[in-house]
Design a protein around this ligand. Sequence first.
Ligand SMILES: Nc1ncnc2c1ncn2[C@@H]1O[C@H](COP(=O)(O)OP(=O)(O)O)[C@@H](O)[C@H]1O
Ligand SMILES: [Mg+2]
Length: 279
Amino acid sequence: MEDLVRLSVNIESFKYPDGYQALSNLKLDIRKGEFVGLLGANGSGKTTFLKVIDGLLKNFQGAALLDGADITKLSPKEIYKKVGLVFQNPDDQLFAPTVFEDVAFGPINMGFDEKEVTRRVESALKDVEMDGYARKSIHNLSFGQKKRACIAGLLAMGHEILLLDEPTAGLDPMGEYKMMNLLMKLNRENGVTVVMATHSVDLVPLFLDRLYILSKGHVVRGGIPEDVFTAPEDMSNVKLRLPQIAELIYRLKHEDKLPFDKIPLTIGEARKEIIRLVR
Ligand SMILES: Nc1ncnc2c1ncn2[C@@H]1O[C@H](COP(=O)(O)OP(=O)(O)O)[C@@H](O)[C@H]1O
Ligand SMILES: [Mg+2]
């Protein structure tokens, strides 16, 4: 990870046209190469925030900078060269009849020739483990494949910053892991900066470097998972909970007085702690 700040956001206030204040005093920086999670209950402002940093919502008070430039002043083209947003529902994003045509749409519009378009589509489909699906009808894809096709569409345009709105929502348990592994691979191997909104508390400690908890439109806590997942009450105050394994160890420590040093967030860490105690 580098120190270069790519997105710097300081939203004093954002109100929807009906007057609802969806974001307030929301300050955070996203650095090059980070894999960041925005964790929050339904209605906490995750989608609204992603739309602001994708340049879709502009009339807010405050500042949102992409590589130092005011996002509200950039053209869609300037934004889409760097940043891409994967919607929560792939059916809102996919529109072409076949996988190839959908993934090719971006590169074609960027003016690449046929050969380069094909190269980009093939490479993007390979990255999301969907090579061999190019000729398939979008209609016949599974939900998880549709989500991956959306990601391929953005990768084919060469986005350096990928924003994903609840990428694991609606996937089965295996699909959740596959999606998180894919995002981790894109982050670690391809150097893509990844920002994802989620409410999956059990999944995030396994994969994410940095988390921000959103509640009522602002960041209540941020940092590495160990610093963010604190006491159960703090989590329920923001309508979330601890990962289940952490909840168990927390109760064993505080109610049954077992001498755990720390509250592990994953099964792997919990296993080590328990073995240490038993020995
Ligand atoms: N178009 C809209 N007009 C008015 N209020 C909205 C609109 N979209 C979302 N909201 C409200 O803004 C708040 C944040 O919504 P959202 O960003 O979608 O939250 P999340 O993605 O965390 O579930 C919610 O209370 C929601 O009802
Ligand atoms: Mg949302």
